[in-house]
Design a protein around this ligand. Structure first.
Ligand SMILES: C[S@@+](CC[C@H](N)C(=O)[O-])C[C@H]1O[C@@H](n2cnc3c(N)ncnc32)[C@H](O)[C@@H]1O
Length: 192
């Protein structure tokens, strides 16, 4: 039996503006270290990478879509923001240990990446993650239900990180439309 057809992300991203930052991320920007190094996972057209850079961070934005990374590069150049776009497939992406102050993972779910996030954070570094919950299927049938989080699942994916904020339920997202989401800020402990 064949599964869902893959999404053509280049086609979806072509000619589109970056869009507004994720509201949960926007609310957490004040706690991020200015001048720190951030990684935006599956960054798309860079709405969140742009917000991180405007908040004073140096940002690496990774996405498999060339169109998305082209758009990020153009916006960053025009706005003179410190963003380095990288075209890469996260299925086989090496994350160097202890190299990021912040990792942002929004609207993209690859459960296998979370242990890598933990190791790639510097001591004291922060993971900000948010995406849709299983309940969202009733509002908007998903392209692939494997990309929806179960209840409490994001909390469990944090592993040994210390959770500082955790929200699950109906919230404003998707251009102000209510959506069922889980959102989390989790920190790697400073070494003893
Ligand atoms: C729903 S978009 C989210 C974009 C962005 N995080 C945001 O919140 O606006 C999902 C992104 O994941 C990217 N993507 C999907 N599979 C990927 C993979 N294996 N490696 C890298 N990027 C991938 C797509 O190209 C797309 O830009």
């Amino acid at each position: 039996m064949s599964g869902p057809q893959p999404v053509d992300w280049d086609e979806r991203h072509r000619g589109q503006p970056p869009g507004e930052a994720e509201p949960f991320l926007a609310a957490m920007l004040a706690r991020l270290p200015r001048g720190g190094v951030a990684l935006d996972i599956a960054a798309g057209r860079g709405r969140n990478a742009l917000a991180l850079a405007r908040a004073g961070m140096r940002v690496v934005a990774v996405d498999r879509s060339k169109e998305a990374m082209r758009s990020v590069a153009a916006t960053a150049r025009t706005a003179r923001l410190a963003i380095w776009p990288m075209v890469a497939n996260l299925d086989s992406f090496h994350l160097k240990d202890e190299s990021f102050d912040v990792i942002v993972n929004i609207n993209f779910l690859d459960r296998a990446l979370f242990p890598k996030f933990v190791r790639a954070l510097r001591p004291g570094g922060i993971l900000i993650a948010a995406t849709f919950l299983v309940d969202q299927a009733a509002i908007n049938p998903p392209h692939d239900p494997r990309f929806l989080l179960g209840h409490g699942e994001l909390r469990a994916l944090a592993g040994e990180l210390e959770i500082e904020e955790y929200r699950e339920g109906l919230t404003a997202s998707l251009g102000g439309q209510p959506a069922f989401r889980a959102s989390m800020v989790a920190r790697r402990r400073k070494s003893a």
